[in-house]
Design a protein around this ligand. Structure first.
Ligand code: FEO
Ligand code: CA
Ligand code: CA
Ligand code: CA
Length: 637
């Protein structure tokens, strides 16, 4: 069965994390200091940025101090003069579980059990958790999906339960320990903190939808324990030291019946799913047999990376959606606000505001913080104002008469609730991050269906028909991050201002790019933009002028955008994080060698890319890239 490429294009390629680097300094404060000290750190949306901006070592030069790189079609990474890029932790690399160190085999003949102890496929959101300042730490990262043409020596032929197990084991999250050795970074192996979380790892369910009738299955009649997380795309971090991994295109893994219910249809359930074929050997992915299993995915999952024995928790209070990422800001009184984009055409932007304040004491002290609060969906008005509409059961149209029996059902059916509330249907919201002035940025990657046929037409926030280039919208809350109103504008419309097609012309000040996806604000306030240029949405001429996917740096104050890195052929760039001193940056390269129109061919896996191994005929492998400056300076300075 062929993968559904039309779906893969828009729904499985992605990018990642954003979160200002508040984690490290704030986390230390929370662990070591009193609550007063902690809250003073939390008051600033960019506590890490503030702390680091005060360091003389961060320098006082221009925000963007590097010389931009040209577009590239080479099967390699390019970084500016004076920078070096090193590859670590590619798919299949053993992560350092004691006694489980079977090396990656070039023909992909590793077993499911071996894959369970190796890096997963298709790296995405990532975050660095310091263990020893800027010298040693944990990298926690998502593995969004698998290309099963590459995952096995014979691809998807002879499909079997063992192949399903291996595919599931290549999904999820990796926790690896890394350390700097001179000019290089390497994995610390074995590591007592190394961990793989996969599509089969037991997870708890918490919040208003836990135990709900729509969450119960034959294997879990209580509706409180789910096996696994999947399609983990963007990610987030909390000030209390945990990692938020976001379940994106979960519905692709489920096979439905001939006549989906209205609820199933609204979430895109279809016969055969997107061709992962798990349902053929794992009945819970056959929604005709387990119709509630899809309701148990599409959540934000909280993981404590410092405790490898901890149980990941699906936080239903944050709503169910095709989650791209989850970015935490903190209100002046210490409550958590989580911004989330739903990456699908004509879907929504959400924020969750916690009921309670963040407590000192790390993950344990905040174990239920994300279980209580209010979920809102964004409405962008034509006059530049905006509202946050609460998804509160019993308010407005969210009543039993309209199909919402209780608060849990509102969260499980957040799309239907947002439809009724009249929220703004967006052009595929991907990553979100907050700058040091409190502007919240969201990448809207593209929407080739905008204004086409019977689809929704243009609106002020989504102003281009057949939007192949994407844009970055931003808003500022009127008051605190918990505000119910905001003011918004577009930071940039991506695309070449000289494009021959009017709707593809952008207003980029600086280097050309399209289809922004990953977004991350570093400690100095640089807005890093990563692209996932859509081969289906863009014309050949557009793709030729843009080259391979790239990462750019933007100055939020001036709007200048400068190209910093280009990736290998067929990849997207996704996920960004840095050591607390800003001198080592980690990004992910996802799906090098992916073709816009063909499935990967196990007989010729290196047809479009052999990055990073560069072995003739070898398999391309997603991997983490470590970026340093030759003079040891801060990245981007
Ligand atoms: Fe997985 Fe929206 O990218
Ligand atoms: Ca992706
Ligand atoms: Ca993405
Ligand atoms: Ca994407």
């Amino acid at each position: 069965m062929a993968k559904d490429f039309s779906t893969m294009e828009d729904s499985n390629r992605s990018s990642n994390p954003s979160i200002h680097d508040i984690s490290s300094p704030t986390r230390r404060t929370l662990l070591q200091g009193g609550l007063g000290a902690a809250i003073s750190q939390l008051l600033a949306p960019l506590a890490g940025a503030s702390a680091l901006a005060g360091c003389a070592s961060m320098g006082g030069g221009p925000l963007l101090g590097f010389k931009s790189v040209p577009v590239s079609t080479a099967d390699t990474i390019t970084v500016p003069e004076g920078y070096v890029a090193q590859v670590i932790a590619p798919w299949g690399e053993p992560i350092g579980l004691a006694g489980m160190s079977r090396a990656f085999k070039d023909d992909a003949s590793n077993s499911a059990d071996e894959q369970q102890a190796q890096m997963g496929m298709h790296h995405d959101g990532i975050h660095f958790y310091p263990l020893d300042g800027a010298q040693r730490g944990l990298l926690v990262m998502n593995h969004e999906y698998t290309d099963d043409g590459l995952l096995f020596p014979d691809g998807m032929q002879n499909w079997s339960a063992e192949k399903v197990r291996k595919s599931q084991a290549a999904h999820g999250v990796s926790v690896i320990e890394v350390a700097r050795k001179g000019a290089q970074w390497e994995l610390v192996r074995p590591s007592s903190l190394a961990r793989r979380i996969t599509a089969a790892t037991p997870m708890a369910v918490s919040g208003p939808a836990a135990g709900h009738a729509m969450m119960r299955t034959s294997a879990d009649p209580a509706g409180q324990r789910v096996l696994g997380t999947l399609n983990n795309c963007g990610s987030g971090i909390t000030p209390w030291g945990t990692y938020l991994t976001c379940e994106e295109n979960f519905i692709n893994y489920f096979s439905g019946g001939d006549k989906p219910s209205p609820h199933e249809a609204r979430w895109g359930l279809r016969k055969g799913g997107a061709g992962y074929r798990w349902h053929e050997h794992d009945a819970r992915f056959d929604a005709t047999r387990e119709p509630n299993e899809p309701n148990r995915f599409g959540w934000v999952v909280e993981i404590d990376p410092m405790d490898p024995t901890s149980t990941p928790v699906k936080r239903t209070a944050l709503g169910r959606s095709v989650h791209e990422g989850a970015t935490v800001a903190v209100t002046k009184d210490g409550r958590a606000v989580i911004y989330m984009g739903e990456d699908a055409r004509f879907e929504y932007i959400y924020k969750f505001v916690s009921r309670d304040r963040i407590q000192s004491g790390g993950a344990r002290a905040n174990a239920t913080l994300l279980d209580h609060g209010t979920l809102y969906v964004a409405k962008f008005n034509a006059d530049g104002s905006g509202q946050w509409l609460p998804l509160t059961h019993g308010q407005g149209p969210l009543t039993a008469a309209n199909g919402f029996a209780d608060p849990g059902e509102v969260l499980i059916k957040s799309r239907q609730a947002s439809d009724l509330l009249g929220a703004t249907k967006m052009d595929r919201p991907e990553w979100i991050d907050v700058d040091k002035n409190g502007w919240v940025y969201c990448t809207l990657t593209n929407n080739s269906n905008r204004g086409v046929g019977k689809n929704a037409g243009l609106d002020a926030a989504n102003p281009r028909a057949n939007n192949s280039m994407g844009n970055i919208i931003r808003w500022k809350e009127e008051g605190d991050f918990s505000a119910l109103t905001m003011k918004w504008n577009h930071f940039v419309l991506a695309g070449d201002p000289a494009n021959e097609r009017a709707e593809a012309r952008g207003n980029v000040k600086g280097d050309l790019f399209a289809c922004p996806d990953g977004l991350w604000t570093d400690a100095r306030g640089v807005l890093w933009i990563q692209t996932d240029m859509s081969t289906s949405a863009m014309g050949k001429g557009d793709l030729a002028r843009m080259g391979n996917n790239m990462m750019l740096a933007a100055d939020p104050a001036t709007g200048e955008i400068r190209r910093f890195l280009t990736g290998p052929s067929g990849c997207e760039i996704t996920g960004a994080t840095a050591t607390p001193d800003g001198r080592t940056m980690f990004i992910n390269i996802q799906h090098p060698g992916e073709s816009p129109s063909e499935r990967s061919d196990p007989a010729n896996p290196g047809k479009y890319s052999t990055w990073p191994d560069k072995k003739p005929g070898g398999r391309p492998r997603s991997a983490t890239v470590v970026i340093r400056k030759l003079d040891g300076g801060v990245i981007g300075s």
